[in-house]
Ligand binder design. Structure first.
Ligand code: ADE
Length: 331
């Protein structure tokens, strides 16, 4: 029969976990201070994106938009350009919209409670709790995918999400909610791994009911494979690009290379690469075109290309063919 941890077990869990976090946490950039803007940005970037990929973009984004005021004053195209490569561009649009609300409607006062934070675009229950606890010490628990797995193993039961949130709240260290929440996330990211939990390194293994043996779902999302072809046309220091429609559900308004349909006379691709977006793995082939066969695009001077909001794939292709430099982000 499933039993919640006793109060003594909960106390030991908090103590052991916080001790481990103090010794072993990664020195991530957003852990250096408690600036809510920086913490908010990190949490939005970390949604659906690995820490390693976020690290590359986080510093660059902050260099361009060091304060919420600068972000609020920016044009959307330049926000999207700085987001390029991170994917899920809706996050960048919402971040921008929320920055404008904070600066213009809330007179620069960043909301401090989870409840008020959730009123901003792009901030749901998880993100609101993460910001409120980390930046403002609000005693609220967070549950992300890592925490869900850690807690299910810890209590030895595949609980539903409501129950996991309840368990997380019952375990929370209310004096140090930000550290406690980050410690649980960190444990999931570094030790209590999905496939091969490193129980020998776990600071709470003695309190864990399953030691990683809880049956884990192996129904990993099946990857879809697709092949796509693009045309690369260059002329007089300019490259031909097309802009996605404003109403596209994905990457609306961003720039990319024109589609291309190869025929037997097209010759060989000048570049082939692989690119993954969510559950789709693309085999991408790029053909040199003498001129565009598509009238809806534009010739863009190569000097202006790095600052355009390009899709991640277009940026990757244009880097590989040296139209843009490899270190150029958005300026
Ligand atoms: N994932 C999302 N936010 C995190 C944080 N602050 N620490 C560790 N992992 C996270």
């Amino acid at each position: 029969m499933f039993q919640l941890p006793t109060s003594d077990q909960r106390r030991r869990l908090r103590c052991q976990l916080l001790g481990w976090f103090a010794r072993r946490q990664r020195p991530l950039l957003w852990r250096r201070d408690r600036d809510p803007y920086r913490i908010w940005l990190s949490e939005i970037m970390l949604q659906q994106t690995r820490v390693a990929a976020v690290l590359e973009h986080y510093q660059r984004f902050l260099k361009k938009f060091p304060t919420i005021e600068r972000l609020a004053a920016a044009r959307e195209a330049s926000v999207l350009a700085a987001w390029s490569g991170l994917g899920y561009y809706r996050r960048a649009r919402m971040l921008h919209a929320a920055a404008k609300i904070v600066v213009r409607t809330l007179k620069g006062e960043f909301p401090r409670s989870g409840q008020d934070l959730q009123k901003l675009p792009g901030i749901g229950r998880y993100t609101a709790a993460a910001i409120a606890s980390i930046a403002f010490d609000e005693p609220v628990a967070v549950v992300d995918g890592n925490v869900e797995r850690v807690l299910q193993r810890y209590v030895g039961k595949a609980s539903d999400m409501d129950e996991v949130w309840r368990i997380a709240s019952s375990l929370l260290n209310k004096k140090r909610p930000g550290d406690f929440n980050q410690a649980l996330m960190e444990l999931g990211a570094m030790v209590c791994l999905p496939r091969e939990p490193r129980c020998l390194l776990c600071p709470v293994a003695d309190l864990c009911r399953s030691r990683g043996e809880l049956p884990v779902s192996r129904a990993a999302a099946r990857q879809i494979k697709r092949t796509v072809h693009f045309g690369l046309a260059r002329r007089n220091g300019a490259v031909f690009l097309v802009q996605r429609g404003r109403n596209e559900s994905l990457m609306a308004g961003m720039w990319e290379l024109p589609d291309f349909t190869p025929n037997p006379a097209s010759g060989h691709a000048i570049l082939s690469l692989r690119h993954s977006i969510t559950v789709t793995d693309y085999a991408v082939h790029v053909f040199e075109l003498p001129g565009p066969d598509n009238a809806t695009g534009r010739w863009i001077p190569i000097s202006r290309v790095p600052a355009l909001p390009l899709t991640g794939l277009a940026r990757k292709i244009l880097r590989r063919v040296a139209v843009i430099g490899s270190a150029t982000p958005a300026e």
